[in-house]
Design a protein around this ligand. Structure first.
Ligand code: PMP
Ligand code: GLN
Length: 383
């Protein structure tokens, strides 16, 4: 492994899912639903396979049906207009979109600001692009996480190339408010920064609302917006994601994408194009179902003795383990499967400032209610 990737051997998600399989524990670590997405969307994929649509290389930027559906989605939910031909790119999940954006836009030595704790692929992608990551830490206060805008402003230097933003935020579940995003947007304009925003949890907001950064004044022309079908349609294995932005930005990201995967799986693109056009009730039911499960797991974790940081969005609840007499989340998570048969993820691995993240542990609630009930019953044995 070269120096750029030193320390990025195996992802925490692969490691913890392997631990779940080895011990037979309930896996509340890696964020994937245990119920697949809509039957009709699965059928659409089968139809595409059978009809021979997408079984050979699809067009490099993605099939026109999906690019159009993505543009319509941005218009329908946020009033953002994108030209499907020049301003939309289909990627192999959001993961590839993030990597391709950074590879395309960052010069070696450029600084990239990201909100810490951050999704694990950010650090690796910044490193692969030769950039220097500059973390700005979200800190827990009154049961939720907060962005310190002064700290963000102070983090910008003459070498800052871009801001890598994630809202709704994994792992904390924070949904940035409109006024916070407006301040972020002002900063980007004032300091002439590009923004890459990861909005894969855009439809999983339980308190407040999701606002795309690109919808703020001056931002459309400097923002690469990323999302994916994994979380919105509960098909994390399909790996269909997308990028929207100006023709110049999308062309740049496409240049990198061409040499990473060239194209993404064809038949799934047809199915996701149909999924994006599902009626509003689909999106509402998804959110309400997850809200119930958030409340169920949050309540259970509290009863089991954890201090709960209540998430406003995403699949995840971050807890503080100190009320249980523990301080080291890594040791806690490594022992948890043997102790009570549950797998969780130590939040510390998402920090540069490891000490800041030491006592926190992330649990995923994108699971059947019966499984969450069983996990809670097991976790209560910790007390
Ligand atoms: N960004 C965030 C914040 C995530 O949590 C994930 C994992 N779902 C991804 C990106 C990756 O998305 P995909 O599976 O579409 O590559
Ligand atoms: N996004 C998922 C999570 O945070 C995991 C994706 C992955 O395994 N790379 O749990």
């Amino acid at each position: 492994l070269n120096r750029r990737l030193a320390g990025f051997g195996t992802t925490i998600f692969a490691e913890m899912s392997a631990l779940a399989v080895r011990t037979g524990a309930i896996n509340l670590g890696q964020g994937f639903p245990d119920t697949d997405g809509p039957e009709e969307v699965r059928e659409a994929a089968v139809r595409a396979l059978r009809d021979g649509r997408g079984n050979q290389y699809p067009p490099g930027p993605g099939i026109p049906e999906l690019r159009t559906a993505v543009a319509e989605h941005q218009q329908r939910f946020y009033g953002l207009r994108y030209d499907p031909d020049t301003e939309v790119l289909v990627t192999a999940g959001a993961t590839e979109a993030i990597a391709a954006s950074l590879l395309a836009l960052v010069e070696p030595g450029d600084e990239v600001i990201a909100l810490e704790p951050y999704y694990d692929s950010y650090a690796a992608s910044i490193a692969m692009a030769g950039g220097t990551r500059v973390p700005v830490t979200l800190r827990p206060r009154d049961g939720a996480y907060h962005l310190d805008l002064d700290e963000l402003r102070d983090a910008v230097t003459d070498r800052t190339r871009l801001l890598l933003l994630n809202t709704p935020h994994n792992p904390t579940g924070t949904v940035l408010r409109r006024d916070e995003l407006a301040a972020v947007a002002e900063l980007c304009v004032e300091r002439d920064l590009l923004a890459v925003t990861d909005e894969v949890y855009e439809h999983l907001v339980f308190d407040g609302a999701h606002h795309p950064l690109a919808s703020f004044p001056g931002m459309r022309e400097r923002t690469v917006t990323i999302s994916s079908s994994g979380k919105t349609f509960s098909f994390t294995g399909w790996k269909v994601g997308w990028v929207t932005g100006t023709p110049a930005l999308v062309t740049a990201v496409r240049a990198a994408k061409q040499y990473l995967t060239f194209v993404s799986a064809g038949p799934f693109q047809y199915a996701v194009a149909e999924a994006l056009a599902l009626p509003d009730s689909y999106y509402t039911d998804l959110r309400e179902g997850l809200r119930r499960r958030r409340d169920l797991l949050a309540g259970g974790l509290q009863e089991a003795g954890f201090a709960v940081h209540r998430p406003q969005g995403t699949y995840f609840i971050t807890t503080d383990i100190r009320p249980l007499g523990a301080t080291d989340g890594v040791a806690f998570c490594l022992a948890l499967p043997e102790r009570v048969g549950v797998v969780a993820v130590p939040t510390q691995v998402f920090y540069d400032h490891a000490a800041e993240g030491a006592p926190y542990v992330r649990f995923a609630f994108c699971k059947r209610e019966s499984l969450l009930d069983e996990a809670v019953a097991r976790l209560k044995r910790l007390a």
